[in-house]
Ligand binder design. Structure first.
Ligand code: AP5
Length: 217
């Protein structure tokens, strides 16, 4: 049985930051729907072209496109022992689709760490976020700066600010989270999988809380 973990939380909560560290620590695959879309955008694939307008407006990409993309990703060999899902599912329809996919893969959602941060902190997190072009490593100019400004510590690639981190788009993404993704808290609470984690703590402290949450089933 393969173990899957769904990291939930609003934009800027720290899902990507934590998923990268924990996936490495636990030797699990890290599947970030946002990173896969951004990779397709930069390679100008058909999927990237279809996703771009939704992403730039801060809206969700339609379920059909997103589900097909994740289905393909979950079938790759690195997911055989399980994975951390960061940014997927994001609607109840996606969660239903994930349940079907995992059944076919003989997998199970073991825990759903919910990283909470107040809306007021999100704008500050987004305005200081810089990400690397090569592999999506994430930094914050104030809270988690790279050793050399503008350069990724891990692979030396250029750091850039995401198109959808402009203030007006961030507010739209927060609204979309509350309307379309927050219902997943209830969805997974019914199976007693949701473990709340305080996302306002230091990055290392949040990692510790998530690791405990992942063990607690
Ligand atoms: P996506 O890339 O998934 O964006 P998101 O969920 O809005 O989350 P973010 O990546 O913005 O934030 P995060 O929680 O990962 O925070 P991070 O670790 O970077 O999605 C982008 C778009 O793609 C969507 O709007 C949609 O259009 C589309 N999409 C993606 N998935 C989809 C799906 N399933 N269905 C439909 N559409 C989909 O941290 C943020 C900043 O804070 C960083 O600078 C970091 O260094 C800093 N930070 C992190 N933790 C801390 C801490 N504890 N203290 C201080 N600073 C911290």
């Amino acid at each position: 049985m393969a173990n899957y973990y769904v990291f939930l939380g609003p934009p800027g909560a720290g899902k990507g930051t934590q998923a990268k560290v924990i996936a490495e620590k636990l030797h699990l695959a890290h599947i970030s729907s946002g990173d896969i879309f951004r990779e397709n955008l930069s390679k100008k694939t058909e999927l990237g072209k279809q996703a771009q307008e939704y992403m730039n407006r801060g809206e969700l990409v339609p379920d059909g496109l997103t589900i097909d993309m994740i289905k393909e990703r979950l079938q790759r060999p690195d997911c055989a022992d399980g994975a951390i899902l960061d940014g997927f599912p994001r609607t109840p329809a996606q969660a239903d689709a994930l349940a079907v996919m995992l059944k076919e893969l003989h997998g199970e959602v073991m825990a759903v760490p919910l990283i909470t941060v107040p809306d007021g902190l999100i704008l500050e997190r987004m305005s200081g976020r810089v990400s690397c072009r090569a592999s999506g490593h994430v930094y914050h100019t104030k809270y988690n700066p790279p050793a050399v400004a503008g350069i990724c510590d891990v692979d030396g690639s250029e750091l850039y600010q995401r198109e959808d981190d402009k203030a007006e788009t961030v507010q739209k993404r927060i609204d979309v989270y509350h309307a379309q993704t927050a219902p997943l808290i209830e969805y997974y609470s019914k199976a007693d999988l949701v473990k709340e984690v305080d996302g306002t703590l230091e990055i290392d402290q949040v990692t510790g809380q998530i690791l405990s949450a992942m063990k607690s089933k």
